[in-house]
Design a protein around this ligand. Structure first.
Ligand code: GDP
Ligand code: ZN
Length: 306
């Protein structure tokens, strides 16, 4: 029987199967992830095969299907190991506010670069529309112009007042979606609007905590009414930047990516090289200056900038 992992505690997994039945599962056998060492073999979002255990309500996971993408967290103490937070994401949205708190362009760009590196389609949701002054709305239009021009869809909502939420509901339909954002941008408010009854259906065994739950918090997927899942990642509110080779960084800026072949030198870093097509495009206003600044900032390792 095929299923989708919607919750994990490290040793037990909740798997949603056809007909939306949720079964508590354990792992049998070894599952390895190509290229990286992981602390957890199976993650939320994984597609698996399960076999029901005779005379019990539980099952074992017998097969892990290939992942189209995944996001990881590096283990703090075991530097070479990584924890897979979630797999098979269809899209990731950054919740952005221009005031209280202000999300900087640098922060937006780091999120987008990370999503590119993970191979996850990304977009921006501007929240707290109800608070925008006329000047705020002008800045909003500028921001939206910067990002829609390079292919990132932008939405504007008020989670508090329920403005434009139907658009977001349509976006989520039948997709696995990750929301990210600074603390205070209204992520919880938005999620509560989208999933009023944010309570996971549980399997036959009611006391989940009996099953050796780790102290670590793992990601969870919440079913969206009407189809689709929202990934909740306790502990990581923000999709941090992952290790990217400096030489590769330009590939994760779509507007640079399309010009990389036009640079005079194939190993151009787009910093001070003659005949750099990226810098020319910046000068001609074809590449937004703030995006180029973010490129330099990430290139120079100023990752703490917000
Ligand atoms: P989180 O930290 O991202 O989960 O943010 P919360 O959902 O806890 O929201 C932080 C604060 O912003 C709360 O006081 C919310 O009521 C408020 N808030 C959230 N969405 C909106 C909105 O659309 N408009 C306004 N004015 N306030 C909002
Ligand atoms: Zn260049």
């Amino acid at each position: 029987m095929q299923g989708l992992v919607i919750k994990s505690t490290g040793s037990w997994y909740q798997v949603a199967t056809e007909g939306n039945r949720v079964v508590d599962c354990r792992i049998k056998g070894k599952f390895r992830t190509k290229d990286i060492k992981t602390t957890n073999p199976i993650a939320v979002g994984d597609h698996v095969d399960i076999e029901l255990e005779p005379e019990q309500d539980t099952a074992v996971i017998t097969k892990l299907y290939d992942r189209k993408n995944y996001i990881i967290r590096k283990s703090v103490n075991l530097s070479k190991q990584a924890q897979i937070i979630a797999a098979n994401l269809d899209q990731a949205f950054l919740i952005v506010t221009l005031a209280s708190p202000r999300t900087s362009l640098g922060f937006i760009d780091r999120f987008l670069v990370t999503a590119e590196a993970y191979d996850i389609p990304a977009g921006l949701i501007f929240n707290k529309l109800d608070l925008f002054s006329e000047e705020g709305l002008e800045i909003l239009a500028e921001y939206q112009d910067i990002y829609t021009r390079i292919g990132y869809p932008c939405y504007e909502v008020s989670a508090l007042e329920g403005t434009n939420l139907d658009e977001i509901k349509d976006l989520l339909k039948d997709k696995v979606t990750l929301f990210s954002g600074h603390s205070g941008v209204g992520k919880s408010t938005l999620i509560n609007q989208l999933i009023p009854d944010k309570e996971l259906k549980t399997g036959a065994i009611s006391d989940w905590s009996d099953k050796g739950q780790h102290t670590t918090t793992f990601a969870e997927m919440h079913e969206v009414p009407g189809g689709g899942y929202l990934i909740d990642t306790p502990g990581i509110r923000e999709l941090g930047i992952i290790d990217i080779e400096k030489q590769e960084l330009g590939h994760f800026f779509p507007e640079m990516r399309e010009r990389l072949n036009e640079c005079k030198y194939h190993n151009c870093r787009h910093i001070n090289e003659p005949g750099c097509a990226v810098m020319e495009a910046v000068e001609e206003g074809e590449i937004d200056e703030s995006r180029y600044e973010s490129y330099l900032s990430i290139f120079n390792g100023n990752d703490t900038r917000t």
